[in-house]
Design a protein around this ligand. Structure first.
Ligand code: COA
Ligand code: AMP
Length: 633
């Protein structure tokens, strides 16, 4: 099939209003949009400002009405609990309308915030959709975050209700969520009125009456009483959710997603970017705690009338490196979306793909990758073993969908390893220098997107227009700063080379080294510190922290290093994967006192490096190299 990408992108360029008006026809509005974009509203404009709608209606009810009631909507596949359960659209509707009535009866109303702290179980989706149904704003917090991170989010979102499960299951251990949740609520100045707690038999929670309410009992009682909540009418610009993501400090950014633009954009991507037909199964092997999970486990496949997979397991070890191939063949998945790190994990265990021989995965047409740079070696390996297109695409929590990708539905463009391909309609992507001037083809620069951002992207940060402006819009006036650096080649293909801020990417998880430094600095023996991301063959990057101890500290270095590793796990969570702490006498700095993190990273990565001209004392770099060697880096 010849690709229609050029015509489609040109249509958007020529007439964005008509492009998005056409895309908006795929959505069932309560009041259809007359105006497509209002440049005067909000921080940089708002999409579909006069329309009203309900996202839950579009994700569930309209499919039941249209005759898809008996089709699989959600498949829960959990190798860690040995469970497979399917929900049709009719069953999903029943679950969600009843749960929505439960949370409404707990006092949750349109505009109220609800924090969802749950593992990969279908009830997490029910929770999100129940909120969407009654116009409450959900904020899902990933289960691998610790109490303090959860507390920060509670403090900022001020939820009326927290919906949680008693535990998550990681290979080899049960993670009790309730003690973390209780601690987080204690730490936060804002207190929820209620916690709706789903008791899982692998680790039941101790309940605190009257705050804590048993989920299953409440749902059963509501169902018996015939209670159901209808979809409420919301402005397209009303928030659907807040998703916190790492910023450059320990305070995460509350990315806001609206209802209308989000639906229009996601629906467009299912056919045009992913090449999926309604009724097909789409599997995003991520977690509902991340943006990939929000967009492509929950909303997009359901808005499209497809089947989504909720997988509670890992690519390896649950039980083996054939897990992904088993799920694909068993549930007839048309496309898999995962992070390159998952493939690297499979490749490490089963480089010859012996497990693949046990499964028929002919149902799968395409493998999509995102979340971190797709290294050409891994892409090449996947292409060889699968004999199918492996398509990288680049996006961020802030955008909610791909900025740059290879639109399979419009006809696959030639794949170039190392490039996520070309800008999607809606995104005018440019590479600029520090003065916001475009750089020549092939030259590295900051990647920016000309405003306005398309539908689906963040209109602002939660109750913080100022931070939105300062974080993303001030540095390059008229553009959105992606904080990624890269270049465009002569064919217009984009290459993403890394972040321009202190965000690192560990196993496809976005983490702030600034946030980790705040934790290291809070250790009583630490005078100063620096955290950098260093290369890791499996996870892409891993954090590495350097600490200078206060004068007079006599404790053994090894003990302090152990305490620091434990502190990051306690304050940020296991997801930080912080395992390397190194005590050093001094940190390398410029004469003006700036820590030379980039040079330290090159030394740790064993990359070539040159002595920075502004360095205060060159001998310190040898000390750093020596300390890293002692720690086996
Ligand atoms: N709840 C509690 N703890 C969690 C968790 C959760 N939801 N998710 C991860 N953790 C823990 C892990 O158990 C691990 O703990 P440990 O230090 O005790 O071993 C720690 O957080 C780090 O997890 P992770 O970085 O995921 O490493 P891993 O060694 O467990 O697994 C991979 C490595 C590559 C298999 C795994 O990272 C993976 O599947 N990645 C896919 C990436 C992905 O889905 N990204 C989402 C964006 S698309
Ligand atoms: P998150 O907001 O967690 O999705 O992380 C977004 C960041 O992950 C981006 O700014 C990039 O740095 C990185 N990233 C995501 N997808 C890709 C990709 N396909 N190629 C390179 N980097 C990526």
């Amino acid at each position: 099939m010849t690709s229609h990408y050029k015509e489609v992108y040109a249509h958007w360029r020529r007439d964005p209003d008509s492009f998005w008006r056409e895309a908006a026809r795929e959505i069932d509005w309560i009041k259809p949009p007359q105006q497509i974009f209002d440049p005067k509203a909000g921080v940089y404009g708002r999409w579909f400002p006069d329309a009203t709608c309900n996202t839950c209606y579009n994700a569930i009810d309209r499919h039941v009405k249209a005759g898809r009631g008996d089709q699989r909507a959600v498949v829960y596949d959990s190798p860690v609990t040995n469970t497979i359960r399917e929900y049709t659209y009719t069953q999903l509707q029943r679950e969600v309308e009843t749960l929505a009535a439960v949370i409404r009866d707990l006092g949750v109303q349109k505009g109220d915030r609800v924090i969802v702290y749950m593992p990969m179980i279908p009830e997490a989706l029910f929770a999100m959709l129940a909120c969407a149904r009654i116009g409450a704003i959900h904020s899902v917090v990933f289960g691998g975050f610790a109490a303090k991170e959860l507390a920060t989010r509670i403090e900022d979102a001020k939820p009326k209700l927290i919906m949680a499960a008693s535990c998550g299951i990681e290979p080899g251990r049960v993670v009790a969520y309730k003690p973390l949740l209780d601690q987080a609520i204690d730490l936060s100045a804002s207190k929820p009125a209620h916690v709706l707690m789903l008791q899982r038999p692998m680790g039941e929670a101790t309940m605190q009456a009257p705050r804590d309410v048993d989920w299953a009992q409440a749902v059963e009682a509501a169902a018996k009483a015939g209670k159901k909540a209808d979809c409420v009418e919301l402005a397209a610009t009303d928030p659907l959710y807040i998703l916190y993501t790492s910023g450059t400090t320990g305070i995460p950014k509350g990315v806001v997603r609206d209802n209308g633009g989000h639906m229009v954009a996601l629906k467009w991507t299912m056919s045009n970017l992913y090449g999926i037909k309604p009724g097909e199964a789409f599997w995003a092997a991520s977690d509902v705690g991340w943006v990939v999970g929000h967009s492509y486990i929950v909303y997009a496949p359901l808005l499209h009338g497809g089947t989504t997979i909720v997988y509670e397991g890992k690519p390896i070890g649950t039980p083996d490196a054939g897990a992904f191939w088993r799920v694909i063949s068993q549930h007839k998945i048309a496309a898999l979306f995962t992070a390159p790190t998952a493939l690297r994990a499979i490749k490490k265990e089963d480089s010859r793909a012996e497990h693949l021989k046990r499964y028929d995965i002919s149902c799968m047409r395409t493998l999509f990758l995102a979340g971190e740079r797709a290294d050409p070696d891994t892409v090449h390996w996947a292409e060889n073993i699968l004999n199918k297109p492996v398509v990288d695409h680049w996006w961020q929590t802030e955008t909610g969908w791909a900025i740059v990708g290879n639109p399979v539905g419009l006809g696959l463009l030639p794949v170039k390893h190392g490039s996520p391909t070309v800008p999607m309609p809606g995104y005018d992507v440019q590479i600029v220098d520090e003065g916001a001037k475009p750089v020549p083809t092939g030259q590295m620069g900051s990647i920016v997107v000309k405003l306005p951002l398309p539908p689906g992207c963040l209109p602002t940060l939660w109750q913080n227009d100022k931070r939105m402006q300062e974080s993303y819009l001030d540095d390059f006036p008229g553009y959105y700063k992606t904080a990624d650096a890269g270049f465009v080649d002569e064919d217009g293909y984009l290459y993403i080379m890394g972040r321009t801020d202190d965000i690192i990417n560990v196993a496809g998880h976005r983490l702030s080294t600034g946030g980790m430094e705040e934790v290291l600095a809070s250790h009583p023996d630490v005078a100063e510190c620096a955290v950098i991301g260093i290369k890791d063959a499996l996870k892409g990057e891993q954090p590495c922290g350097f600490v200078v101890l206060k004068a007079g500290v006599t404790k053994p270095h090894a003990q302090i290093e152990k305490e620091i590793v434990a502190l990051v796990r306690e304050k940020i969570g296991p997801v930080a994967a912080f395992k390397i702490a190194v005590c050093v006498d001094r940190l390398p700095k410029t004469r003006s006192g700036k820590i030379l993190r980039a040079t330290m990273k090159k030394i740790a990565d064993h990359d070539p490096w040159t002595m920075p001209a502004t360095i205060d004392d060159p001998a310190i770099l040898d000390e750093i190299a020596g300390a890293l060697k002692e720690h086996g880096v």
